[in-house]
Design a protein around this ligand. Structure first.
Ligand code: AQP
Length: 326
């Protein structure tokens, strides 16, 4: 059975990009793979975040993931900082990756904005992500399109380490979904929907109420030519709405263009489909938030299982580079 690993940052409320680009596919992976899913709280420290907010959002992310259908009987769900091997392996990999490689990461350029005051962790975070993946000998990593470059870097680092020290790591493949791989901000359809850098009106949260969904979709930026057509470069706003409709209904987004004459009708259909797709998750989420102790128990059990795999891989790597066992 293939091993799958993926992660999500508790850096804000999870949104439709996280859901259609990643989480929904993770739910399917549970039945076809040996699946590990990780709430990557250490990654959330790369930007400024209030300690209380980080703690609350970490638990909240666990509730959203469980509400979305992750089942602790069929996958291992855990918090990254609960498994110390992630930070231990990161150092070995930082001594493998190069400055030039990290400087080429577009997410660092976007989020860092070239400022001197930017945190070193934001620069090195792709290496921590490589450690997250390589610790579990993951064959496949299901991610949205924005993580493609980081996955390529992970493959490079794994290949170089193996070349230097022997066959230590499994070199993973990215699996990018056909629909929903790049959900764009409704107010700025040339930018991806994002927890930390998206516009509030352009970002639809998985837990947004029906009224909020209707309001945000109604205000979504389109264009002035009034034709419903699939054209990512000339009509990014309309194309994004079609893509959301396709992701929520399971239909081919390009073919859906022919079913609508007016933007208002398309927006109405998008709101309706999103509300229907999210309703079951939202009900389940409310039950989970009423039982934080139960959710913590799931995370504790997950980190115990994850640590067994991760520690064995770390020791293999530590031995290979020549660290003396205690
Ligand atoms: N807009 C998106 N469309 C499709 N997939 C997306 N993902 C994120 N945004 C989109 C996918 O969601 C998974 C978890 O992402 P993450 O939390 O690790 O961080 P991210 O990719 O940096 O996403 P955000 O929401 O933009 O977070 P912040 O603002 O904190 O950086 C990943 O598989 C990602 O591809």
């Amino acid at each position: 059975m293939a091993r799958v690993l993926s992660g999500i940052q508790p850096s804000g409320d999870l949104h439709l990009g996280n859901y259609f680009g990643a989480v929904r596919n993770w739910v399917q992976d549970q039945d076809t793979a040996d699946a590990y899913f990780c709430i990557v709280d250490l990654h959330a420290l790369t930007l400024s975040i209030d300690p209380g907010v980080l703690r609350r959002q970490t638990l909240d992310a666990a509730c959203v993931l469980l509400a979305s259908g992750l089942d602790p009987a069929r996958c291992t769900l855990f918090v990254q900082s609960h498994v110390p091997a992630h930070q231990q392996l990161t150092w070995l990999l930082e001594c493998t990756a190069t400055m030039g490689e990290l400087r080429r990461m577009t997410q660092f350029k976007d989020k860092g904005g070239g400022q001197e005051s930017v945190r070193v962790g934001l620069f090195t975070y792709p290496v921590l992500m490589a450690a997250d993946i390589l610790l579990y000998d993951a064959d496949q990593v299901p991610v949205g399109d924005d993580q493609r470059q980081h996955l390529e870097l992970t493959r490079e680092i794994a290949g170089r380490f193996n070349h230097r020290y022997g066959d230590i790591f499994t070199v993973p493949q990215a699996t990018i979904p056909k629909v929903g791989a790049r959900v764009m901000d409704l107010q700025a359809p040339d930018r991806k929907m994002s927890k930390s850098s998206g516009s509030p009106l352009g970002t639809v949260g998985i837990m947004d109420s029906p009224d909020e969904i209707v309001r945000k979709v109604k205000k979504a930026v389109t264009d002035t030519d009034g034709v419903v057509a699939w054209d990512p470069s000339a009509k990014p706003g309309v194309t994004n709405l079609l893509s959301l409709l396709g992701a929520a209904t399971g239909q081919d987004p390009e073919a859906l263009a022919g079913s609508y004459d007016r933007y208002g009708d398309l927006k109405g259909a998008v709101s309706e489909a999103l509300i229907e797709a999210l309703a079951p998750l939202q009900d389940h989420y409310r039950e989970l938030t009423d039982d934080p102790g139960g959710v913590m128990a799931i995370l504790r059990e997950g980190s115990t299982r994850a640590a067994q795999v991760a520690e064995a891989t770390y020791l293999r790597a530590a031995d290979a580079v020549g660290l003396l066992r205690p």
